[in-house]
Design a protein around this ligand. Structure first.
Ligand SMILES: Cc1cc2nc3c(=O)[nH]c(=O)nc-3n(C[C@H](O)[C@H](O)[C@H](O)COP(=O)(O)OP(=O)(O)OC[C@H]3O[C@@H](n4cnc5c(N)ncnc54)[C@H](O)[C@@H]3O)c2cc1C
Length: 321
């Protein structure tokens, strides 16, 4: 475990935005995670927040008076084969490295996640998904640190006990559950099978490079796409021409990026934060943007939606105040 004091979060978070944390604690194995939890308890810190790469977070510019515990990949990789078709990884490993390791061992199943940033622990917590895949379909069991006021203990939960849902899990509902490691059940295949899976993985990365503004720091999709039938009805009242597109292209949802663009907000800028013209559900950091700039853009979008459709779109990214 490595302890840093008064650490500038913008230097490590994916978005390059965030204030100073009283402590940053880097953890790279299960013992480190327990030591970090003990440190927080011993020092009676009232605030603690566990992070991976910070690719789904907006930390405000304020002082974080507590400990940010960062999961990092150990110097010597923890990713290993267990039996024929199971891969184990520490929560701080990049999901991408688990995919690469699997291919090297003739295992497939995670290729849908090509280009998806982040660590194993956060992927489990948020049940990440893309291109029709979801991490829950590959999870066998997860080891967690359960922290209560009195004690902490390592527990192992099977897939069905993790209560996965759309971008949701038991871990997300309980802040005192910290993912320490995970077992992934994958599919053994031959060289041609790996080749096909690798092709899917690479074309997903290529799609993201083409469609997303990855040339600037960002936090992924800022808003959830609209799925609520009532809200979709409100959108159709204003833009009736979208009916076909919702059915044909968006699988029954309304794409937030499209609507933000249609409401003439592409390239809207506050300070050095801007709605990306490449994909309007991304707010990019053009360099030195502040959290307050991003939050101000989010508020503008929400107000515009309220004014136009009479509902406020739901934020997908997590804001840590
Ligand atoms: C360009 C871009 C594209 C993206 N595309 C997608 C996509 O297609 N699909 C998708 O689902 N997501 C997507 N995301 C979001 C992001 O990739 C995921 O949310 C990812 O799981 C975040 O990983 P992280 O390590 O950066 O987690 P962080 O952002 O650091 O943390 C996210 C959350 O997980 C919690 N957490 C972190 N580690 C642990 C742990 N060990 N135990 C318990 N809780 C933990 C944190 O407290 C926080 O609440 C995208 C993001 C970006 C920037």
């Amino acid at each position: 475990m490595i302890l840093h004091e008064n650490f500038s979060l913008k230097d490590i978070l994916w978005y390059k935005i965030g204030g100073i944390a009283r402590y940053l604690i880097d953890v790279e194995n299960s013992e480190d995670v327990e030591k970090a939890a003990e440190f927080i308890k011993r020092n009676k810190l009232t605030r603690a927040f566990f992070i991976g790469q910070g690719s789904n977070l907006i930390f405000t510019d304020d002082f974080f008076d507590g400990a940010v515990v960062r999961f990092i990949a150990p110097k010597k990789s923890s990713i290993r084969l267990v039996g024929n078709s199971t891969v184990e990884a520490f929560a701080g490993e990049l999901l991408d490295n688990v995919i690469k390791f699997s291919f090297e061992n003739s295992l497939i199943g995670l290729e849908w996640a090509g280009g998806l940033p982040g660590t194993v622990g956060a992927a489990i917590r948020g049940n990440v998904g893309a291109f029709g895949g979801e991490i829950k379909d590959n999870v066998k069991e997860v080891t967690l640190l359960e922290i209560t006021d009195k004690k902490m203990k390592l527990i192992t939960l099977k897939r069905f006990e993790l209560k996965f849902g759309y971008r949701n899990s038991l871990v997300k509902k309980h802040r005192n559950l910290i993912v320490v490691s995970s077992l992934f059940r994958l599919t053994p295949t031959d060289a041609a099978g790996v080749q096909r899976a690798r092709q899917t993985y690479l074309s997903n990365i290529e799609y993201r490079n083409r469609r997303h503004p990855l040339e600037f720091p960002n936090c992924g999709s800022v808003f959830k796409n609209i799925t609520d039938p009532e809200k979709i009805k409100s959108v159709l009242e204003i833009f009736p021409d979208l009916e076909e597109k919702i059915k044909r292209d968006w699988h029954g949802k309304v794409a937030m990026g499209y609507l933000i663009k249609r409401l003439d907000l592409a390239e809207f800028r506050v300070g050095n934060a801007q709605i990306s013209p490449k994909h309007c559900n991304f707010i990019v950091n053009l360099g030195g943007a502040k959290a307050e700039d991003v939050l101000s853009i989010i508020k503008t979008i929400q107000e515009k939606f309220q004014e136009t459709f009479e509902f406020t779109p739901e934020v997908e990214v997590e804001i840590v105040c």
